[in-house]
Design a protein around this ligand. Sequence first.
Ligand SMILES: [Zn+2]
Length: 380
Amino acid sequence: MVNKKTAPLVRAAFERYARGDQRLDDIAEFLFQNGIKTHGIRNRTTGKKSAGGKKWTADRVKNMFNDIFYYGDFKYAGEIYAGKQPAIIDKLLFDKVQRTLADRGRVHKPKSEPLPFNRLVRCGNCGCFVTGSHKVRQQKNGNVHHWVYYRCSHNKKSVPCREPELRDYDLAEQLVTVLRSFTMPCKWGDFFLSRLADNELVTKNDTDLLVARHSGELDEVNAKIKRLFDAYLDGDIDQDSYRERRADLLSNKKSLEAKIERVLVGADFWVEPMRNWVKNAVSLCEIGFDSQHADIASAFRKIDGSNLFLQNKKIAAAGGSKSHFPFPNTAAASGAAEKNSWQALCAANANTALSGGKIPKDPDLVHHHSRSLHTTQARR
Ligand SMILES: [Zn+2]
């Protein structure tokens, strides 16, 4: 089963799958490459043993991912018990893999090569997505012209729409202009990252708060388990519902314990996602007019709140308030603006960290700043 040598591989397999970009078969291949193979099986009638040494099937991998043993529990006679064996993965990773399994179980449509700006911009007239098409024309002299244009997909036939089409390079240029209007100035990145380092030193209070909260919840769950057991002993509930409720509570308990452990081990666990966020934000300002269309598109996809509309062949970000960074590149490069935005960033991230969630790609800076920034933007 699992030993010191295979435990890191099992953990790596869970981590790989949790990322969501691998199939069960890819995991089987990964395990196979690292020496985890099928064992030979003895045929009961002939007594012969099959060779084994083959790659696991997708089902075998799935069974592994479903096995609660790996986070330290085990099932016996239909009930879940807290195991004495050390956990190989933590419960949060286990839960994440369960979500990926559920997700991947759905049928995905086969994809044809999509154009980079598809589903990025909505038509300002009818609200449908703008999608691209290839066009080829052969001239009389034999020259062949290829080009790409984007137009409203006009799926809502009930709303009349005559939004004209737009060439891909025109769209790209306008998108870069929009992006530049609300990306973070590159030089802020260093400032943010250094503040982030300072911040790691002062997160202790947050940690204590978080641990106290989870511990409180844990006490409640323990009390519930106790009450449930009493109810069972008193004959108030039948065995099946007892088992079912108990399994739920134990799962809950395990998650809380994992959360506490994670907070204690890495009190600054939200710092790393935030650091990535800042790096991400810095990477946006590297997009320019000569960037690949796919890179421009992926820059926009990193921004959760970008809400782009096309009207009369012009792109606009709806409301302006959905911007990633509400500070125009040129005007806001003062120390005060850096400081304000840093505080907003922290507030947004501290809240998400306290709620146990992940850092959003686009912390909601806008609400903190839209008022103070209008003056800055007006100067532009
Ligand atoms: Zn339209």
